[in-house]
Design a protein around this ligand. Structure first.
Ligand SMILES: Cc1ncc(COP(=O)(O)O)c(C=O)c1O
Length: 149
């Protein structure tokens, strides 16, 4: 059984903190989580996101293509530009959370941009670690990122 978590309003509330998504409790890849920028960015932008197991995402992509060919490139560009202004400062996040809470280090990506300053990038060294160590480190970092963003 699959569960469709159609959740365009979860970021909107009058009081109380955020509740966990069903997807965050899913240990078997059963939950397809949907969100919408229409409710948090601009009404009618008609763009959203889906988070699901890779094999489900592949099928959903084909269905979306068959249903409407493509979302508006203008809207997608505008939302992408907006999203690129959020996220995190990777230098501060490493000092405040990644190192103390996840015990994971990375190289903040800002210094790799020659002209414009971009603080929300990180570079990971993967040549000296085993696959298992990388999976462990990124799983820990992912959990910390999810709990702070
Ligand atoms: C429960 C629910 N899901 C999905 C949507 C679709 O949102 P949109 O197409 O505006 O991104 C709506 C819109 O009102 C909704 O109420």
């Amino acid at each position: 059984m699959l569960i469709l978590e159609d959740s365009p309003y979860r970021e909107l509330r009058f009081e109380g903190g955020q509740l966990p998504t069903l997807a965050s409790l899913d240990t078997e890849g059963r939950v397809i989580h949907l969100g919408s920028f229409s409710k948090i960015l601009a009404p009618g932008v008609r763009l959203g996101w889906v988070s699901a197991a890779p094999e489900i995402l592949d099928k959903l992509s084909l269905l979306k293509l068959a249903a409407d060919t493509q979302s508006s490139p203008l809207n997608m560009t505008a939302v992408t530009r907006f999203l690129s202004t959020l996220d995190i400062d990777a230098t501060e996040f490493m000092a405040d959370h990644a190192l103390p809470e996840a015990r994971v280090a990375y190289v903040p990506g800002g210094s790799f941009f020659p002209s414009e300053q971009r603080s929300n990038y990180a570079r990971f060294s993967y040549s000296g670690q085993s696959d298992d160590e990388m999976v462990e480190a990124l799983t820990r970092l992912g959990a910390i990122l999810r709990s702070h963003i």
